[in-house]
Design a protein around this ligand. Sequence first.
Ligand SMILES: Nc1ncnc2c1ncn2[C@@H]1O[C@H](COP(=O)(O)OP(=O)(O)O)[C@@H](O)[C@H]1O
Ligand SMILES: [Mg+2]
Length: 248
Amino acid sequence: MSITIAISNHKGGVGKTTTTVNLGAGLALEGKSVLLIDLDPQANLTQSYGISKPDSTIYEALKGEMGAVPINLNKNLDLIPSTLDLAGAEMELNAEAGREYLLDEIIAPLKEKYDYILIDCPPSLGLLTINAFTTSDEVIIPIQAHFLAIKGLTKIIEVINKVKKRLNKDLEITGVIVTLFDKRKILHRDVVETIITYFQEKVYKSKIRQNIALAEAPMSGTDIFRYEKKSHGATDYLALCKEFIKKH
Ligand SMILES: Nc1ncnc2c1ncn2[C@@H]1O[C@H](COP(=O)(O)OP(=O)(O)O)[C@@H](O)[C@H]1O
Ligand SMILES: [Mg+2]
């Protein structure tokens, strides 16, 4: 059975793209077939894999100009890339009938080919993110271990609840991932306590530590496992993948 997951938090810089890249790569290495979708106009996920001028992107697919054509990245791992043009999509598609279902239409025929489809959402709660929520079974929220981490999260929960009520009754928040964590900092430990109080068993035990290799890997156009297998980043994301598979 195929599971589609929106990786979302309307705050930027919390590790959405890094998690999409490395959770996806890890799952593929564990033998699962994975499709990554770059739904962010900043196209960081696409760039993380060293792709600068893709032949077809999610933007053209959303506009109905062509079907979505996944690019093969590695064994078991495909990507539907994004482009800066996607920035205009929210405005352009606003008048379309069924505008919340555009992404769902595009990926419905692809779903049976993959075990997991991971959607890297933009740092906003506009039409693109609503499209991701409408076609997803689950939402995973990466949260940076930071003192304002929880602030603003009521907004994303509100939107998820609205989508659940009106567009996709099966949608659930199934995971919260603590990112950019430093266990030596009392503040970070306190923030994690707060996150656990709020989200309870949804919080993954595997936390992602701050690790420079995670920030460097995209410059080499690859994931943490191929960039530096022995780094903390690789250890943490591998543990996360195993916990993810167990949960599913
Ligand atoms: N665990 C980490 N340790 C160090 N740097 C990280 C880590 N996770 C993400 N980064 C870096 O922080 C920045 C923001 O991460 P990113 O995944 O792009 O966040 P988002 O997609 O939520 O905006 C990027 O430069 C990324 O390389
Ligand atoms: Mg991002």
